[in-house]
Ligand binder design. Sequence first.
Ligand SMILES: NC(=O)c1ccc[n+]([C@@H]2O[C@H](COP(=O)([O-])OP(=O)(O)OC[C@H]3O[C@@H](n4cnc5c(N)ncnc54)[C@H](O)[C@@H]3O)[C@@H](O)[C@H]2O)c1
Length: 274
Amino acid sequence: MHTQSFENTVVIVTGAASGIGRAIITAFVRAGAKGIIADLDKEWSHTVAEKLKAEGGDVIVSLTDISQPDQVDIMLDSALDTWGHLDVFINNAGVGVHKEVVELTDADWDHQINVQLRGSFLCSRAAARQMITQNQGGRIINIGSTAAVNARTEAAPHCVSKAGIVMLTKVMALELGKHNITVNCVSPGLTNVSTVSRGGGATREYIDTFLNMVPLNRLAHPEEIANMVMFLSSKEAEFITGQHIQVDGGYSAGKLAIRGPHHSTETYSINPHE
Ligand SMILES: NC(=O)c1ccc[n+]([C@@H]2O[C@H](COP(=O)([O-])OP(=O)(O)OC[C@H]3O[C@@H](n4cnc5c(N)ncnc54)[C@H](O)[C@@H]3O)[C@@H](O)[C@H]2O)c1
């Protein structure tokens, strides 16, 4: 749980109606921030907003398709009309397309790249322009994935868009440093969103295979991703920019995931499975 107060901090979180984005907006609003839920899903967005309002939180919904520049402008206007400024922008919205490359249609490719990569570009550009105008610095945080730097089957547009987001983070950090705007990327490992996601969670087989490569041997809680996002938005993190931080229980540390003894006196051929 993060303890800093974010009172008078205006935060937009894309994809905040569900899963990790929902945990992020909840953490910010509970810490006193004024939040904007920017999501496509009307019903889920209002459910999250009503819950936070019932706790006394300041939050509004802006129904937005982040892949559409005119809708991104409207989203920003609704934040400015309500609270007059923008301090933190979180690019979190994402979609799933699970096919091998040879099965992907043009539309499949475009859909995931347009939401995850083009959407992050459109939103970051709009947020940065506003923060430059305000001349008070700012924070932009992109939600990546361990798939940004680890190839995964049936996930080409996901891996490619997340790799692009990591590089967008670095380029924007270089360009925006002179405005005291930091840009960082937080990449979650496999996260248990099954109870808070419109899209549901992963299959048991996928989880078990994945966990064999996670030294801490469990899924992330969405709140653990929110904790890192909050830290990067805090005063304590004001000198951190251009970084890609993987919150993944050690998954990205290496590939050797055997949990038993390594050494044996058996002899075998080059391919021990033959
Ligand atoms: N859940 C995981 O294990 C995991 C792991 C690594 C990275 N991530 C990343 O974290 C982010 C959130 O993932 P999640 O699991 O919480 O997903 P989720 O499906 O629960 O939530 C995604 C949200 O994005 C919204 N959205 C989709 N398209 C949109 C658009 N065009 N405009 C605005 N909103 C849109 C959806 O309505 C939904 O509310 C994604 O970027 C995902 O790639 C998730």
